[in-house]
Write a new protein. Structure first.
Length: 174
């Protein structure tokens, strides 16, 4: 890098770009990398066990899936849960009014209001449930436990037209 390069003249810009990328990854924005890029040799055909996750920028179902995926990851590291990330995700995805109502609900019920549980789910699915008033409802199904002890919780997440979560309930707003 020479003295006149843009990166040399703007040292803060490189740090800002790096911080932006870290924030994007922390907020559940996913990138996909080909397995061929990391493993040398012939490419393997997809198997029945292979999984694929996709999303659409700005789509409400993708947004809720990103939130729940990142939130579960932040809360689910039992040896070192990332409390700061979980709070940051709430601040980014929830409306301020709903965040206050959710905190009051959690205080009263003694469980995590986003998950409606004390435990962290082992799996989850996110499904479109259609428009509701000026917003959109998304169904989040959380799976807890495994084998014979599997328990499912279904949540109805209401998202305003600007993409922020305004409510999480165990019953539909429809």
């Amino acid at each position: 890098m020479n003295r006149n390069s843009p990166a040399h003249r703007r040292p803060g810009r490189r740090a800002a770009v790096a911080a932006g990328l870290l924030l994007a990854v922390g907020l559940g924005v996913s990138t996909q990398m080909s397995a061929q890029a990391s493993v040398h040799g012939p490419a393997k055909a997809p198997t029945a066990a292979s999984r694929s996750v996709s999303g659409t920028s700005g789509h409400v179902v993708t947004r809720v899936a990103d939130f729940y995926g990142a939130y579960v990851d932040a809360k689910g590291d039992y040896t070192d849960p990332d409390v700061t990330l979980a709070k940051t995700l709430r601040k980014h995805y929830l409306t301020p009014d709903f965040a206050k109502r959710l905190a009051a609900w959690e205080e009263k019920n003694g469980v995590d209001g986003v998950l409606r549980a004390q435990n962290i789910p082992a799996r989850w699915t996110v499904t479109d449930n259609g428009a509701v008033g000026n917003g959109h409802e998304v169904v989040v199904t959380l799976g807890f436990g495994s084998g014979d002890t599997t328990r499912k919780t279904t949540l109805f997440v209401l998202v305003e037209r600007y993409g922020h979560i305004v409510d999480i309930n165990t019953t539909s707003a429809r």
